[in-house]
Design a protein around this ligand. Structure first.
Ligand code: NAD
Ligand code: GLY
Length: 363
């Protein structure tokens, strides 16, 4: 098993990564002195697959666990379901030294983390992510939250977990489309910070697509290492952390323009990465060949690199200024300069933006 650390002073925490690691949960909990009353948040899909193992581990660690299941789906990541989780915890008598365990993908991790951050002004929580996206991105870094009808993730906190436990073998049951969507975030790490990781992803795509466990452990470890480094330097996104949003400014606008129904987040980010690489080429910041390499790698992982015909620059542009990262209406873009290096830009000329968006639209 590999262990990384997110360095944040007294709020530092480990990320354990290893095939079969959910079975060693009781050992990992020995160093904590949580109250015996705990809660596990999951959904029926994930709980039916891994719930029994995790419940047994928690009970073996001496915890009495309140099981809180919420329905499966992004639409349940809202304030009312967070309220439901908090109510269940209150009724079960969890106290300030209790721990909340999140078993599932990013939806479960985000709402459970948000609930933990507000329960009695904040209690401990542990992330046990089971999708590729949550293993390489959402479970690390402490962004928690719920959606509001006005926008996704509009209500939330920065609140770090005490421990992240990643078992890549859970990916064997993940639908392929969800797995590939997670690969978009993995490719993103190569582009923003690590060209040799990008090369690895290029050379080893067959192993990864075949869910070779060594390959998966390696890509999860590298992705978490990059994310942990960035978060350790800039926990609250005062500067550097924004580089994690490469592909996300345009990706989010595509998701909004299609009412979050057509593309999974990673699929929209994939198209966003291609479009933002195109902006970099048009501005003379990056060579054409590097943009082509990014696009080819995303395609190799079965990700979309073009939107469907019904979208146009005019259907995307109004949604860009709604981005949560926009400050005083100024939209920020993370643009690659070469593979492994990006910089944050604003004030992209409208004709450049239109041309880059047209380039990712089927004609
Ligand atoms: P998800 O949580 O909806 O999971 C996708 C689907 O896979 C669900 O149906 C789930 O039940 C199922 N599933 C999960 N694990 C499984 C497994 N091992 N086997 C079979 N099925 C499994 O989606 P996601 O992509 O993991 O997360 C998306 C969420 O993450 C969004 O709400 C997004 O806003 C959030 N997010 C948060 C951050 C952050 O930093 N906090 C970063 C990125 C995304
Ligand atoms: N997913 C981007 C971040 O955690 O900052």
């Amino acid at each position: 098993m590999k262990t990384l650390k997110v360095e944040l002073g007294e709020r530092s925490y480990p990320i354990h990564i290893g095939e079969g690691s959910i079975r060693i949960l009781p050992d990992l909990l020995k160093e904590f002195s949580f109250s015996p009353k705990a809660a596990l948040v999951s959904n029926p899909t994930v709980f039916n697959l891994y719930g029994e193992t995790v419940m047994k581990g928690l009970e073996d660690a001496g915890l009495k666990v309140e099981l809180i299941l919420i329905p499966d789906g992004e639409e349940y990541k809202d304030f009312l379901w967070a309220y439901h989780i908090l109510s269940r915890m209150l009724r079960a008598g969890l106290d300030r030294k209790s721990c909340l365990f999140a078993l599932g993908g990013g939806v479960i991790g985000d709402i459970a983390g948000f609930s933990a951050s507000t329960y009695m002004r904040g209690i401990s929580y542990v992330q046990i992510p089971t999708t590729l996206l949550s293993q390489v991105d959402s479970s690390v870094g402490g962004k928690t939250g719920v959606n509001h009808p006005i926008g996704k993730n509009m209500i939330g906190t920065f609140y770090q977990p005490r421990l992240v436990l990643i078992d890549p073998s859970t990916l064997r049951t993940l639908p392929e489309r969800e797995f590939l969507a997670g690969m978009a975030e993995v490719v993103k790490y190569g582009v923003i910070r690590d060209s040799s990781f990008f090369d690895y992803l290029r050379k080893r795509y067959e192993e990864i697509l075949n869910l070779n466990m060594d390959g998966l452990e390696y890509i999860i470890e590298n992705s978490c290492r990059i994310k942990a480094d960035v978060v350790s330097e800039d926990e609250r996104e005062a500067g550097l952390r924004a580089i994690l949003n490469y592909g996300h400014t345009i990706g989010h606008a595509i998701e909004t323009a299609t009412s979050y129904r057509r593309y999974l987040h990673g699929e929209a980010v994939s198209i966003g990465m291609v479009a933002e690489a195109r902006i970099a080429v048009l501005l003379g910041l990056m060579k054409e060949e590097a943009a082509a390499e990014i696009e080819n790698l995303l395609q190799r992982y079965g990700l979309p690199v073009r939107t469907e015909r019904d979208l146009s620059p005019d259907s995307i542009i109004p949604h860009l200024s709604m981005d949560k990262k926009a400050v005083s209406g100024v939209v920020k873009y993370v643009l690659p300069e070469r593979i492994g290096e990006v910089k944050i830009h604003s004030d992209i000329p409208e004709e450049v933006l239109r041309s880059a968006l047209s380039a990712v639209m089927e004609s």
